[in-house]
Design a protein around this ligand. Sequence first.
Ligand SMILES: Cc1cc2nc3c(=O)[nH]c(=O)nc-3n(C[C@H](O)[C@H](O)[C@H](O)COP(=O)(O)OP(=O)(O)OC[C@H]3O[C@@H](n4cnc5c(N)ncnc54)[C@H](O)[C@@H]3O)c2cc1C
Length: 499
Amino acid sequence: MNMEFDHIVVGGGAAGAIAARRLAELTSGWVALLEAGPDAVAREEVRDFRRFKEVKESGLARLLPILQPPVGNGRFLYPVARMLGGSTSQNTCIWFRPPASDYQDWVDAGAAGWGVDAVRPHFEALEQRINIETVQPEGPAHHALATAAQEMGFPPIDFATGFDAGWGSYRMSKRGVARESTAQVFLSPRSALPDNLAIFTDTPVSSLIFGADRHVTGVMTPRGAFVARREVVLSCGALDTPRILMLSGIGPADELARLGIQPRHALAQVGAHLLDHPAACVNVASRRAVTPDELWNYSGVLFARVENESAAWPDIEIQLGPELFEQQTAPAGFPSAPDGFTAYMTVNRARSEGSVRLRSADPDEAPLIDAAYFTDPDGYDMRVMMEGIRFARRLFGMPALNGWLGDELAPGSRLASDDELASYIRETATTGYHPGGTCRMGAADDPLSVVDPQLRVVGMGGLRLADASIMPTMVSVNMAAACMMIGHRAAELIAREKS
Ligand SMILES: Cc1cc2nc3c(=O)[nH]c(=O)nc-3n(C[C@H](O)[C@H](O)[C@H](O)COP(=O)(O)OP(=O)(O)OC[C@H]3O[C@@H](n4cnc5c(N)ncnc54)[C@H](O)[C@@H]3O)c2cc1C
């Protein structure tokens, strides 16, 4: 088999599947997509988005532990998908375009050319290929929650348009019950793919191969070496892209040397600046039995300013449903009930910065992940979450929910002071499943940058990154669409440079 290609994209997830497909469409060169996991689009638990919880346990995701923080919850695991489509094959298909202010922040952070006018055409192109549906669950409990949100003064909004604070129905990347993963939309059926695109599944890349002058010429896999005549694009996600760089000697030089890895290019910021949307819940028992909606049991999403009324954009996202989310509260000893309501809240622009580091030079060993939630020096993230809990309590007190609500199960109405709420949040906070920022994009001469605005690794040749790792600052909404935009744009940047 000829293992030589013009471009090699590593990782066929949200960004990588699209980058590979678009590169093959936009150029006449040979493109290889190397994916660590299998093609699982035909597996029923993957295809049917309602079975997303099963995917985590199916062997199609690596469940990575996090480091125990000095105080608080170290119990949760990051599920990192290992299959074509990446996390779009295991996620809940929620679809949001980030607001314009997010992209302005990227530009301000040095990502020249990534403003909203530049990224908009990519979202438009994606939405022409991916089927997006609005979901409105039916039933009295859903109706009561939607009315309560409006009684709080949050008008219904359409997330398909530019939006700000308000309550709206979920938009989801799906067709009926079938998820529209990037594997499904961009890599299936194989017979319809461009002839110049070759897909290698079950092909984990362990490291990069170098030529002269810090130039990457290929990648190493268990099948052998793959040679890239032009470029390698790493799209392995915010946890694995920095891992592969570090295993290849690109990263914090002292740390690599300590692990016995020959440092090739010192880039201290590789693996630093891990961002996420930390999540916590308010759970309340229901006095009435709730019949779950068979398709999707969350009533809708609310965006609000709770910490600062003049913030540029809402600071919290609250997903509301007549279903208890107890993954973290149950193990922490909080009570349950047969039926209940959850306000699942995430800090939109969380400022805490964690890290991903290598445990050893063994490519099969899980990395050290320090989520570092609520460690930002100013305490902003904690303030947003505490005010979010108070907001959710007010919302649950609205007249529309009279007759529905029983006891508050978590945090429990006896916890009211800042200290009590902070301690509850630390004990039960979990990942919003949105790691990003570990190889941030910025000006080439900024010591904080790992990639420049063309997504080229600073100081290297033949190597770009395209996935959630490049985000200079957190996007304010669920991240899949933004990651797909990055993959789409990466292909165009590369193709444009070639011509
Ligand atoms: C449980 C869960 C639910 C979520 N729900 C939503 C949601 O509803 N809406 C939303 O907007 N976002 C959601 N997200 C987040 C969103 O799916 C991710 O932010 C997005 O998929 C990240 O895209 P990516 O391209 O950076 O990485 P990924 O999509 O994770 O893709 C990385 C790919 O690289 C491959 N890979 C890794 N290492 C190697 C290697 N060494 N060699 C070869 N291949 C490799 C992986 O197998 C994977 O296919 C969710 C995430 C999770 C985990």
